[in-house]
Ligand binder design. Structure first.
Ligand SMILES: [Zn+2]
Length: 368
């Protein structure tokens, strides 16, 4: 697990949180490089001085004197551009006004498990109540094995038992999903980046073209042997019966297109390359921003773009002291935070009407 300490436009330095992987990491153009130094406090280097990184992590240690700081932002401060120190700190009302007055037309939203737990979906990572802690019945060698591709090839049953629980249809979207749906209805959603595999974004009516499902989806599936593709719905009867879905052509195991550990992210994820540079507002909701490469996207928007965090705790760039004047954090319960934003927007009734209509549609579908 790498924690992005500070992100610059092309070059990022990370500190590893895992005890066994101490040291600094730099990521450039998707390539990760580990430093031999065990320095733990350095957070930033000028993006144009790549040689510093290549030649000497010790140089950084000397410069920082054991305390992290950003050379590049200090330089910008010195030259009086982009520092932004004298500008007033923005708040939730400012963001709401910008959305309402359509100042923000290309909103990128990033979400994680924290927006699904209010729908009743267990969080994978919370100790005690988390899904990982409830996997003992499967006799897994270790909890994460359920999402490891090599283990899946060896024994797919635990994953499919879990899939039966998580399969789209068992849970309903909540206010956070429908808030994003409203952004879409109003033509202001550029893209929703989700780490969730519960499909609640689709159920809330956000079209797949507006979605980047960074950790995959149950909506489609692929044969692990002949790579034949299947609609996710084709697997539903088998999965719900507790069986392992097999390919009609080659009898291989069909795997829902969930991204396992050891698998590449979906091609769709590369959309961030064109989305983030043009985004005019970034909203981050219900995520610990701990899983890379998703986490560093928070630093991929332009410096002038406001970033709103609605989350239980400060995470990612919001957990550090170097907040931008246009960074806004609404901390505490995620649903309450989104509700507060919706109230500020004057969208409360509209959102209630949308949720009531969708809920009616769902119960009609169930009756049929
Ligand atoms: Zn096949």
């Amino acid at each position: 697990m790498l924690s992005p300490l500070l992100c610059l436009c092309r070059f990022r330095v990370y500190q590893s949180l895992r005890p066994k992987r101490t040291g600094l990491f730099a990521v450039k153009d998707g390539q990760q490089k580990k430093f031999s130094s065990s320095t733990s406090r350095i957070i930033c280097v000028p993006h144009f001085k790549q040689d510093y990184l290549g030649s000497s992590a010790g140089f950084l240690q000397t410069l920082s004197n054991g305390k992290g700081f950003c050379i590049w932002s200090q330089a910008r401060g010195l030259f009086g551009r982009g520092g932004g120190g004298s500008r007033p700190q923005q708040n939730l009302e400012d963001i709401a006004r910008g959305i309402k007055e359509k100042e923000y037309k290309k909103v990128v939203v990033m979400v994680g498990a924290g927006i699904s737990t209010p729908s009743g979906i267990p969080d994978f990572r919370s100790p005690g109540s988390g899904l990982y802690d409830n996997l003992q019945q499967y006799n897994l060698p270790y909890a994460e094995a359920i999402f490891e591709i090599n283990y899946f090839h060896y024994n797919p049953q635990p994953f499919f038992t879990l899939a039966k629980e998580l399969y789209p249809g068992n849970y309903q979207p909540n206010l956070t999903h429908y808030f994003v749906r409203l952004l879409y209805d109003k033509g202001q959603l550029l893209r929703l980046y989700t780490q969730n595999i519960d499909g609640l974004e689709r159920i809330a009516g956000i079209p797949p073209s507006k979605l980047v499902e960074a950790h995959g989806t149950f909506a489609t599936a692929t044969c692990t042997v002949c790579r034949k593709e299947f609609p996710g719905e084709d697997l539903r009867p088998k999965i719900m019966a507790g069986a392992i879905p097999k390919c009609s052509t080659c009898k291989g195991v069909i795997k829902p297109d969930i991204v396992f550990f050891g698998e590449e992210l979906p091609q769709q994820f590369l959309m961030y390359l064109t989305d983030f540079p043009v985004a005019d507002l970034l909203i981050i909701m219900g995520t610990s921003l701990e899983v890379e490469p998703f986490a560093s996207l928070a630093g991929a928007v332009r410096g002038s773009v406001p970033r709103l965090l609605i989350n239980r705790d400060p995470v990612g760039p919001f957990a550090h002291s170097s907040l931008r004047h246009n960074d806004v954090a609404e901390l505490g319960d995620v649903v309450s935070g989104v509700q507060k934003l919706v109230d500020s927007l004057g969208w409360t009734q509209e959102l209630q009407a949308l949720m009531a209509a969708e809920s009616e549609k769902t119960s009609k579908d169930r009756e049929e």
